[in-house]
Design a protein around this ligand. Structure first.
Ligand SMILES: [Zn+2]
Length: 482
């Protein structure tokens, strides 16, 4: 049921894709601004000016308010919101998670979303928060799966049906749920109930939840990270294979007088300068913005501009093949994001399966880069180099010396590889002249493994002072160091 999503370009586990809906084709990754049918900070009809292609609203709010319900049933959702592009509708699950109950059944809200002409329908799943008991997570997941199966039976027509992946913080439940839903067949897979992880900066746990759920899905299925609206973590989430985001943040932050940037958030009263070139920021000084009677509206606009700017940045990085470099830069904005980056690279074996083998240049951005999937891939392929006789290992390429059968280049974080490969990705790495401890560690581990795989070869290593590392002592046992 994922044929409505086509993947065009890939980098890490991220992708640029096309999602086809009844109201047009959307290029992903993208963000859906959340529209509150009661209070519209910025009109839906203006949303395209910021870069929005698709909106999300809450069908339960419309259902509960007679005036909105009647208009939606009579003229349709698109007329109600005055937006002719794709609109996704949520079901009231959020209200269920906040108030513990809703005045509608799964069947009623699914049928209602169909009747008003939603493009992506969400059944009434149960968003089980992190860290509940296993019993609760399992019981609620069972109800969620039953409701999703019932919705699958009910939904017909050309709308897309979302199958939210739940399972709290139990990774095996997330994976199992994704697998079950895959078999039933949905068009979009939201990963639900992750907002509490983001609100408490538990980004490393979020990485685990995303990877677990992704493992249960077909890699070509479109994924919506439900409730993720801060641009600070788009690059990270996209690199893990998330395609859709929704932002209520642009309006909620504005209401709190908060100004979003790609590296964090300011309270507008802290700002002496506006570090942005959007139409709002070039036409106001910080002082003017703070004192403006429409400050909330202006902040919402700025917040949307930076949100979509970051999406374009992420897409450009996918095209260029340097998404992981962008992720590494963004994850330096907050220590908790750095933890998330480290956590992601613990799953490099998973990331490596999705990461394209050839890109332009490998940029070394710091110690974490030595855990990138390209380095892991190289270490797995060490057995492919068949060496014999004598091998010289040195820092830079040279003419083959008659004394040696092979010349290998030593380049952290990879290790030693035949010099013919030195201009080929990823060995054409742009790295720092004095390698850090972590990249040397990785390089020497690989070098030692290569030596172990070729026990009959005589290795001679021309070491440079900048390659000093405790592992050199180990190397001395098996190679000649000069
Ligand atoms: Zn701005």
């Amino acid at each position: 049921m994922t044929s409505r999503f086509e993947i065009l370009h890939k980098d890490a586990a991220g992708r640029i894709g096309k999602l086809t809906t009844a109201h047009g084709v959307v290029e992903t990754p993208t963000v859906m601004p959340v529209i509150n049918p009661n209070i519209q900070t910025i009109k839906p009809s203006e949303m395209r000016d910021f870069g929005a292609q698709m909106l999300i609203t809450n069908s339960y709010i419309i259902y509960r308010k007679e005036e909105l319900r009647e208009k939606a049933l009579k003229d349709g959702l698109h007329s109600l919101l005055d937006f002719d592009g794709p609109i996704m509708t949520d079901s009231g699950s959020f209200q269920l998670s906040v108030y513990g109950e809703v005045e509608v059944s799964n069947e009623q809200i699914v049928e209602f979303q169909q009747k008003i002409g939603s493009d992506i329908i969400v059944p009434l799943d149960i968003p089980t928060p992190p860290n509940v008991t296993r019993e609760q997570a399992e019981a609620e997941l069972e109800t969620t799966v039953q409701r999703l199966k019932a919705a699958r039976e009910l939904a017909n027509g050309d709308m897309l049906l979302a199958g939210p992946v739940q399972g709290s913080s139990y990774l095996d439940l997330r994976e199992q749920c994704a697998h079950t839903l895959s078999e039933v067949g949905f068009d979009v897979y939201p990963f639900g109930a992750v907002v509490p992880l983001m609100e408490t900066y538990r980004y490393a746990d979020l990485v685990d939840v995303i990877i677990a759920a992704k493992k249960g899905l077909d890699p070509s299925a479109p994924v919506h990270l439900f409730g993720a609206g801060h641009p600070m973590m788009f690059a990270l989430a996209v690199s893990l294979g998330c395609d859709l985001f929704d932002s209520a943040a642009y309006a909620l932050y504005a209401k709190d007088r908060r100004y979003i940037t790609t590296t964090g958030t300011y309270h507008v009263d802290q700002l002496q300068y506006l570090p942005c070139s959007c139409p709002v920021c070039v036409s106001h000084t910080a002082e003017q913005l703070k004192k403006a009677s429409n400050c909330q509206d202006l902040l919402a606009r700025h917040n949307l501009y930076v949100t979509f700017e970051e999406i374009r940045h992420v897409k450009q990085s996918i095209k260029e093949g340097n998404l992981l470099e962008l992720v590494e830069q963004r994850c330096r904005a907050h220590p908790r994001l750095l933890s998330a980056l480290k956590q992601m690279y613990k799953s490099s074996y998973w990331l490596e399966q999705h990461d394209p083998a050839s890109k332009s240049t490998f940029f070394y951005c710091g110690p974490e880069s030595s855990k990138r999937p390209e380095v892991l891939r190289f270490s797995r392929r060490l057995g492919r180099f068949s060496l014999k006789g004598k091998a010289l290992i040195r820092a830079s390429p040279t003419r083959i010396d008659s004394e040696f059968d092979h010349v290998l280049i030593f380049r952290p974080p990879f290790g030693a590889f035949p010099q013919e490969l030195s201009e080929i990705y990823p060995f054409n790495t742009e790295s720092v002249h004095i390698p850090d401890y972590e990249s040397l560690e990785e390089a020497y581990m690989n070098f030692l493994e290569l030596i172990g795989l070729n026990p009959h070869v005589e290795f001679t290593f021309m070491i440079a002072e900048r390659f000093e590392h405790p592992l050199v002592e180990e190397l001395k046992q098996v190679a000649t160091i000069i």
